[in-house]
Design a protein around this ligand. Sequence first.
Ligand code: TMP
Length: 241
Amino acid sequence: MEKGAQLYEGKAKKVFATEDPDLLIVSYKDDATAFNGQKRGTIIGKGVINNKMSNALMSMLQKHGIPTHFVEQLSDRDTLVKRVEIVPLEVIVRNISAGSFAKNYGVQEGIVFSEPTVEFTYKNDALGDPLLNDSHALALGLTTREELEQIRNYALQIDKLLQSFWLSCGVTLVDFKLEFGRLSDGTVILADEISPDTCRLWDSKTGEKLDKDRFRRDLGGVEDAYHEIMSRLEKQMETKE
Ligand code: TMP
């Protein structure tokens, strides 16, 4: 499948049309941003890692009954996906306190929750992705009640599957962000990416951060962390084959 016209360029990916109106090609870049684009940089090799990792994780989720946009990896950076209309919500699941949760509620990082939290933000860069609850999402007409229920159920199922996968790699899944989309018939499926850009992943023994927080917080060793987490995933996938 060949790349057609570029439809969109986001902070970390470009999206291209294909000859099939139901399929798109996403192309992962090495560009990194944080704090709603205020901090910018490059993480060399990130695009290749995020592409391969997201595809591997979505394939795993698909095998366990979660519908996703993943169709086929075309190259190191390019993947064929189903065309969806993105539901303008960032769906965040947390197992352990960190990041904006710790900041907003005045608690330390690292508190293990007895059950996961699910929260939504309104995907809107101009507004800085504000937090919102179910009734806000309905009032704004972003989703239907049924879609919201389904998205929450998928998010919790995905959390269980990802937690257990990462645990087998010696990695603790702290939190992550998902995006969902609608196919032309209205079916809701998982879209966007699952990668160290969109998850907090801590080494289970040492607590070392193996994700984009190294870039956000200027911790150094950013590329090494992306390579380390990818090599753990690849080793685990090989032993499962
Ligand atoms: P937060 O603690 O900053 O709200 O982030 C929660 C999770 O969501 C974390 O794993 C990083 C991810 N995330 C994104 O993927 N994109 C974003 O724009 C933000 C703010 C967070």
